[in-house]
Design a protein around this ligand. Structure first.
Ligand SMILES: [Zn+2]
Length: 284
């Protein structure tokens, strides 16, 4: 695997290869029967499918913004066994392939605080847990922060506060509400659905728009409105937010960058006469 990039005017968008991991197919496809989803993507003997860890790098003018940071480098042996990813591949190795060091990143946007999106925010240093991006401001949603620090029984295993609480102590976190302008054409908007405080990231160069829906639309298969992951906390909110986003994305031909799709992460959305959405890969 490798990073994949596209351009939006003067802005470069890079889908970063921060690794891949096997994940329970039923958890990913929720109420969709296996006889259907089992034909969409390869399945292993444990009923798992492969997901990518694909943070987004946005380079615009002097800005280098990273959206989500994968699992990072703080793992126990048990973590590695459960999650089954290669610890040698991280957002940091993916950025190095773009000629960037962690210290070059000025902004880290966390769409939500689940470990596969936020654990790479910090790394182990000489003085304990340190920010992995020492010169960055980190942006997180205030609703998500509350939920991640006081998780319900269902969400507790998905959050690792040890990875993100040090950011707050270091004064590096900026908490945002329903929407926030990050500057240079980049903004965030709360979608809810996957988690209450889940956010999508938008890029608008004036000529064309792009969106990183994160776990609102984790793979191309999830553009189908009723395809809702079993792990989504608010399924009806997923439907509303997804419909609204994809209707606009199809009408205005947005670039869409997916966070977990093993078949390819950059494309666009089309809508047929019956209103159904489909994902089309960007031309190489
Ligand atoms: Zn998630």
């Amino acid at each position: 695997m490798a990073n994949v990039k596209t351009r939006l005017g003067d802005t470069e968008l890079v889908s970063l290869d921060a690794g891949r991991f096997p994940y329970d197919g039923g958890a990913m496809f929720g109420g969709v029967p296996k006889v259907i989803w089992g034909n969409l993507t390869p399945v292993d003997e444990f009923n798992r499918i492969i997901l990518t860890l694909s943070p987004l790098l946005i380079r615009s003018g002097s800005r280098s913004i990273v959206v989500d940071v994968g699992y990072g480098s703080r793992h126990t042996e048990k973590d590695l066994k459960i999650w089954g990813f290669d610890p040698a591949i991280t957002v940091v190795t993916a950025l190095a392939a773009e000629g960037l060091r962690p210290s070059d990143i000025d902004t880290v946007i966390l769409t939500h605080l689940h470990a596969d999106h936020a654990a790479g925010s910090t790394s182990d240093g000489e003085n304990g847990v340190e920010p992995a991006f020492p010169n960055a401001r980190y942006i997180a949603n205030e609703v998500e922060w509350e939920a991640a620090n006081n998780p319900d029984a269902r969400s507790a295993a998905a959050y690792r506060p040890d990875d993100f609480v040090p950011l707050e102590r270091a004064g590096l976190l900026d908490f945002v509400g329903d929407s926030h302008d990050v500057g240079d054409g980049v903004s965030v908007g709360r979608t809810g659905g996957h988690t209450a405080g889940h956010m999508a990231v938008y890029v608008d160069t004036g000529a064309r728009k792009a969106v990183y829906p994160a776990d609102l639309v984790p793979t191309r298969h999830h553009v189908r409105v009723p395809y809702i992951a079993g792990v989504d906390l608010f399924p009806l909110e997923v439907i509303e937010s997804k419909k609204k986003m994809l209707t606009q994305a199809a009408a205005e031909d947005w670039v869409v960058i997916l966070d977990h799709d093993v078949a390819g992460n950059i494309g666009r959305i089309v809508q047929d006469g019956k209103g159904r959405f489909a994902f089309r890969d960007a031309e190489a």
